[in-house]
Design a protein around this ligand. Structure first.
Ligand code: ACO
Length: 325
């Protein structure tokens, strides 16, 4: 058995924050942001939440897959901006969409999370454990962004994307997924301090920032180096060639990273669709959001082979190949 994407869905907040609007928050400019990142605007949650966007995206994906919520065996949500630690986002989505037979849990791998969740779903299907799995990336990064830090606040946006992965006869692809905890401090989102009631309070504990902090240049270099290698590796592992790949669906962090990856691979720019101009970096939502848009725009055809590629905090990164239904 293998996992096949049977439906996609997306949900983004209605409120739009333009680059120009950021000029009143931090010392930056529309021109700088466009030139360095390719981002023009981002959607920011006002009424929406990580759960509500995930649930809407999931419902849309289910409709396309022609499955009822009760037919879903598992819900996997990738997020680094959950509303609550417990219950997890996946369980809250289950409640919203009434997927009463699903087993639900969240997966935390930052911006690589959607690729990791997709690979996990395929593994459950290939092992014969489950038939129909909802894989969701949903983020309210505006909640965890330091809006006084120009190095990060210009980058992020909110949104959700979902896919239904269903079992079909056939053989799957091997992924190429990696982590390097030793380099984790380059991109962090610290949790609230853990109080140690029986230990000594560490000095300055209460000042720990609970916002995304990033060494932008280090992350840029990491992505531009690791992602071409991981793409070459996943193609090699599956005995394919670059000519067999219709599109590379990369995490949407920065247009310059995507262009650098294309150049290193020697592949044409049209194979690297992008949408961060409209949404900014939505972490684990960016790949399913882009997949959904590509489908809506009629870019995807039956039999097309796609490479999904994610990278982010942890550090984590990885690639997976799929054939479009
Ligand atoms: N507006 C204006 N000037 C700025 C801004 C800003 N928003 N931010 C930084 N600058 C200044 C810097 O202070 C610096 O000034 P200086 O030369 O006087 O010291 C100058 O611009 C250049 O700064 P750099 O950090 O070198 O700019 P760079 O070209 O590297 O772009 C950026 C910064 C956009 C953050 C880039 O490093 C990047 O995109 N990195 C990857 C980030 C990323 O992808 N993160 C997410 C991956 S994982 C995840 O999605 C969670």
């Amino acid at each position: 058995m293998t996992g096949v994407i049977k439906g996609t869905g997306a949900s983004v907040p209605s409120y739009i924050l333009e680059n120009k609007d950021l000029e009143s928050l931090v010392e930056t400019s529309d021109a700088w942001i466009r030139e360095r990142t390719g981002i023009e605007r981002r959607h920011i949650a006002i009424e929406e939440t990580t759960v509500s966007m995930a649930a809407r995206a999931a419902q849309e994906a289910l409709e396309e897959a022609k499955l009822s919520p009760e037919q879903i065996d598992m819900i996997l949500v990738s997020t680094m901006s959950p509303e609550d630690i417990m219950p997890c986002t996946a369980c809250q989505v289950q409640r919203e969409i009434k997927a009463s037979h699903a087993v639900c849990f969240d997966l935390s791998a930052a911006c690589s999370g959607f690729v990791m969740a997709y690979v996990t779903a395929c593994a459950y299907i290939e092992a014969g454990i489950f038939q129909n799995i909802l894989v969701i990336g949903s983020e309210c990064l505006s909640n965890v962004t330091d809006w006084s830090d120009r190095g990060t606040c210009i980058l992020f946006g909110d949104g959700a994307g979902a896919v239904v992965v269903a079992a079909e006869e056939g053989t799957g692809y091997l992924p190429a997924i990696y982590s390097d905890g030793a380099r984790g401090e380059a991109l962090t989102l610290k949790s609230r301090p853990n109080h140690k009631p029986f230990g000594e309070e560490s000095p300055g504990e209460e000042e720990t920032p609970c916002y995304i902090q990033m060494d932008g240049q280090a992350i840029f270099k990491f992505a531009a180096r690791s992602i071409p290698q991981a793409i070459e590796e996943v193609i090699r592992r599956n005995r394919l060639h670059k000519g067999d790949i219709a599109y590379y669906v990369l995490h949407q962090a920065n247009e310059r990273i995507v262009e650098a990856v294309a150049k290193r691979l020697g592949e044409p720019a049209y194979k690297f669709p992008m949408n961060m101009r409209e949404y900014g970096n939505t972490s684990s939502a960016s790949i399913p959001l882009l997949l959904h848009e590509m489908k809506e725009q009629g870019l995807l055809h039956s039999g097309d082979r796609l490479v999904l590629a994610g990278f982010g905090g942890g550090l984590t990164w990885g690639t997976a190949i799929l054939t479009w239904k």
